[in-house]
Design a binder for this molecule. Sequence first.
Ligand code: IMP
Ligand code: MG
Length: 179
Amino acid sequence: MKNDIEKIMFSRAEIAAKIKEMVRNIKEDFKREKTLVMVALLKGSVIFLADLIRQIDMSVEFDFIGTSSYGRSAISKAYVEIYKDLMFEVKGKSVILVDDILDTGKTAKVVMKHLLDKGAKQVKLCVLLDKPSRREVDIKADYAGFEIDDVFVVGYGLDFKDRYRNLPYIAVLKKKYYN
Ligand code: IMP
Ligand code: MG
């Protein structure tokens, strides 16, 4: 798997330091809440979520939403469908939506609306990576780790055809593997 990597973009240590910084901001904003309610998107955000919540010394509840997309390609979506919904109630709660990367923004837009429709008091968006140059809908992350250019990255939860999620860093694949 390592041989497929062109270069490491963010190391394990860089990611850990960034998460610490993000947690400081989240804790400051949510200090009046009894419990932090996090909703994470399958499957890309699971590793980020696991590291994020273990840095938060507050009461945390989390659940997952799964979306699938239909359209021209895996990362350029025309239509987002929720295939797995929440098991807990978000009515009246402040929720943090967690995802690996904010790309076109379509997924986050649909899911944020879904949570508000379920009665969430407010929904903040927390992403590890942000590709602002790819945005197709009007949306901004409230907490964004690293801003990156329009390059396809893998690792730390992010996949290419469902592989590479378990790399402990974020990397760019060699061109010959993107096919
Ligand atoms: P959006 O709806 O276009 O914002 O889609 C975001 C989703 O696309 C993320 O949750 C990822 O699953 C996927 N995605 C976007 N860019 C990348 C990338 O560079 N590597 C891996 N997955 C990506
Ligand atoms: Mg994905």
